[in-house]
Design a binder for this molecule. Structure first.
Ligand SMILES: Nc1ncnc2c1ncn2[C@@H]1O[C@H](COP(=O)(O)OP(=O)(O)OP(=O)(O)O)[C@@H](O)[C@H]1O
Ligand SMILES: [Mg+2]
Length: 463
């Protein structure tokens, strides 16, 4: 995948583009208004000449000789810089023509002669602004006036001005681009500071936090999210660290027991029966250890698999009925009855679900006082499947309730290591439920302790 352009470059480019558009528009407007100003000035001068010519024509006497007439027009042009004049009568005869380029070569304007039109013309050497109009002189004689004023000076000035202007604009854009680059880099400094801080966080400094209040508003969200991420990492990291410590701790006890028993056994010669007895007692420890190792392996696997690979339709009612059969003898021994109510189906891994339900049931049976009963209720509200396992007994206090799903957590410390369980049962239940996209909550009061599992219904999972 192509790497996106650097932010500094992108912002500098946008900055320069905006500057270019503004400066170019500015330059164009200045140049246009200057050109229009010159055109207006030329027009004014031409109009003055036209009016004087008209006045002169209307006072022309029939008996004026040609030399006199020419002299009058030549005098008239004296005050106007580089002005040319051609007057022809209706028959096309030249009444007056100023020295210089032949103005009769100028094409007639398309707008008609009556109104008089300003146009630009070049004789090859010089540029002129030209005005052609028909006027009536003394009597009803019709004359055509062609007045031209040289505009080389103006055009020259405009060209020079344009060059300077464009040069300034190009320099301006360059300066703004360079400055923009510095400004953007400077503006990114808080970001570089954050990167610097983040790059120095090591695994044993996960308690470091960024300080959003010292950062610009745009970076506050980033800092907050990063802090949350750090918090989650810190939690997971410490959980993992505790987990390893717990494992070592849990395994040490049975191994020490086995070692002591073996040492005692070896301290003197014994008969076959005694050895057999010792081996039987060892088997119990081995079984407990095997169970714990199996549970830990299962948890490690469940941690890696976010979603259950095997999804099949699981009939919860028959699963629980099977578990009731399995635990029937033990429950009877404890004088605990088992009841099942309702019916539900989910999509999931039947082995994993069976394990979760089995862990909940074994806990419940263990904690139910004699002559009471463990109740399992199944329901399906269309969206979710709800499984409730509840039993009466000593309530779990609020302090423990939040932690019973943690690995190796047991509410009764005195029972630790005495051998009932490792405290992994509920952690396994939780990870199985989460792998199925569900949630589990525990509540406990004087009347009963309740575990409520909410799993997405079959419709949800297939979509
Ligand atoms: N139904 C229940 N009633 C009262 N307390 C319970 C109930 N279920 C669990 N607990 C408490 O929660 C703690 C954690 O249970 P969990 O199943 O994780 O561990 P365990 O049963 O001690 O060991 P394991 O299940 O690994 O053999 C237990 O120590 C127990 O005190
Ligand atoms: Mg248990």
């Amino acid at each position: 995948m192509k790497r996106p352009t650097s932010l500094t470059l992108r912002l500098t480019f946008l900055f320069s583009a905006v500057a270019a558009v503004v400066l170019l528009t500015f330059g164009w407007v200045i140049e246009r208004s200057l050109a229009e100003h010159f055109a207006r000035e030329d027009g004014k001068e031409i109009k003055i000449i036209a009016q004087t010519v008209k006045r002169t024509l209307s006072t022309l006497q029939a008996d004026h000789d040609l030399t006199h007439i020419k002299q009058r027009f030549t005098d008239m042009l004296v005050g106007h810089h580089d002005a040319l004049l051609l007057i022809t009568d209706a028959a096309g005869q030249r009444l007056y023509s100023s020295p210089g380029p032949d103005l009769s070569l100028i094409p007639q304007p398309s707008g008609g002669l009556q109104q008089g039109v300003l146009q630009q013309w070049s004789d090859g050497k010089h540029n002129y602004r030209v005005f052609i109009q028909q006027v009536t002189g003394r009597g009803d004689d019709l004359y055509t006036l062609v007045i031209a004023v040289a505009i080389d000076f103006h055009l020259h000035f405009l060209t020079g001005f344009r060059h300077t202007l464009w040069l300034m604009i190009v320099c301006g854009i360059l300066v703004i681009s360079v400055m923009g680059w510095f400004v953007v880099r400077h503006g990114h400094r808080p970001l570089h500071n954050i990167i610097d801080r983040i790059s120095h966080i090591s695994a044993n400094e996960l308690n470091t936090r960024l300080t959003p209040e010292t950062l610009p508003a745009e970076l506050t969200e980033l800092a907050l999210s990063f802090n949350e991420l750090l918090q989650r990492l810190e939690q997971a990291f410490s959980q993992l660290t505790n987990f390893s410590a717990d494992i070592a701790h849990e395994l040490r006890t049975p191994v020490t027991n086995l070692m002591t028993q073996t040492q005692v056994a070896l301290s003197q010669t014994r008969n076959a029966e005694e050895y057999q007895e010792i081996l039987y007692s060892n088997i119990e420890e081995y079984e407990r250890m095997a169970q714990m190792i199996g549970d830990m392996l299962f948890l490690a696997k469940a941690d890696n698999v976010r979603h259950t690979p095997n999804t099949e339709a699981v009939d919860l009612k028959s699963e629980i009925a099977n578990l009731f059969d399995y635990y029937g003898a033990w429950a009877e021994e404890c004088h605990v009855s088992l009841t099942l109510d309702g019916n539900a189906q989910v999509q999931g891994d039947s082995l994993m679900l069976r394990r979760a339900l089995s862990n909940l049931l074994s806990n419940a049976i263990r904690h139910t006082p004699a002559s009471y009963s463990v109740e399992v209720k199944l329901s399906d509200d269309g969206n979710d499947v709800i499984i409730v396992v509840q039993n009466p007994g000593t309530p779990i206090s609020a302090e423990h309730l939040g932690k019973i799903f943690d690995r190796f957590y047991r509410t009764d410390p005195s029972r630790q290591r005495s051998g009932e369980g490792a405290g992994l049962g509920l952690a396994i239940v939780k990870s199985i439920v989460e792998a199925h996209g569900g949630t589990i909550v525990a509540t406990s009061d004087e009347t009963s302790t309740q575990f409520r599992i909410i799993l997405p219904g079959p419709a949800d999972r297939s979509s």
